[in-house]
Design a protein around this ligand. Structure first.
Ligand code: GTB
Length: 212
């Protein structure tokens, strides 16, 4: 059954791979599943046909036969559950990997999103200069905690899993901020993720769309 995902017709990042379709592409590449991409404009995302797939009018979505999914955490978990290679077979290790996936989107990503909001949407507010260091410090706290747990391990909990795929995807957004470089083992962790052939294929696929 053909898998179809949606992605920006033209990503605002110009192909840096920061839009969330990249993590879904990456998961599909890791498990060796071919997929088609339907590109959508910002306008089309808010129209009924797309809203039927995604109640919040966003990308990415995932279609496979009668199944339609939104939310990258849920999509990557679905892919990892249906195909081997992204989740451990041991039940406890699998549960821990899923916990890390939730941590990526629920605990680590929110302050990182706040930074983008502070920099892009709030930069002209009178309180912007005061808020920015507070937001950066909240990220620093999370990075220090994550770095302490990762230590010098290659991956979060044993072999590479969907947990690392989600965490690396979330951390990638910090690259231009310099905050990641305050923790060289974390920067190396992200680089290890990016060095995976499946990530490279996913990145190249989104770049091909966004560099046209
Ligand atoms: N929680 C949802 C998920 O994980 O799937 C969030 C989905 C989401 O935020 N989608 C964004 C979207 O559709 C694209 S990824 N936005 C359009 C809208 O809301 O109208 C977020 C994103 C966008 C752009 C960049 N960039 O250019 O750097 C990075 C990330």
């Amino acid at each position: 059954m053909t898998i179809i995902i949606t992605a920006f017709e033209r990503s605002p990042d110009g192909g840096k791979g920061l839009a969330r379709d990249t993590r879904v592409r990456w998961a599909l590449e890791e498990v060796g599943q071919p997929y088609d991409v339907r590109l959508v404009s910002f306008r089309a995302m808010k129209e009924p046909a797309h809203l039927a797939l995604h109640p919040f009018g966003q990308i990415p979505t995932y279609e496979e036969g009668d199944l339609a999914l939104f939310e990258t955490g849920a999509i990557v978990l679905h892919i990892a559950e249906r195909h081997g290679g992204l989740l451990p077979t041991d039940a406890d290790a699998r549960a821990r990997a899923i916990a890390w996936m939730f941590a990526a989107v629920n605990t680590v990503e929110p302050p990182i999103l706040d930074l983008a909001t502070a920099r892009i949407l709030e930069s002209n507010k009178p309180w912007a200069e005061e808020r920015l260091p507070l937001v950066e410090d909240r990220i620093r706290t999370r990075l220090a905690q994550l770095a302490a747990r990762l230590g010098h391990a290659d991956w979060l909990d044993g072999a590479f899993s969907a947990a690392d795929l989600m965490m690396v995807s979330v951390l990638l957004r910090l690259r231009s901020s310099g905050l990641l470089d305050e923790h060289p083992p974390l920067a190396a962790y992200v680089a290890r993720g990016e060095a995976r052939p499946a990530y490279k294929r996913a990145f190249a696929a989104q770049l091909a769309v966004n560099s046209r």
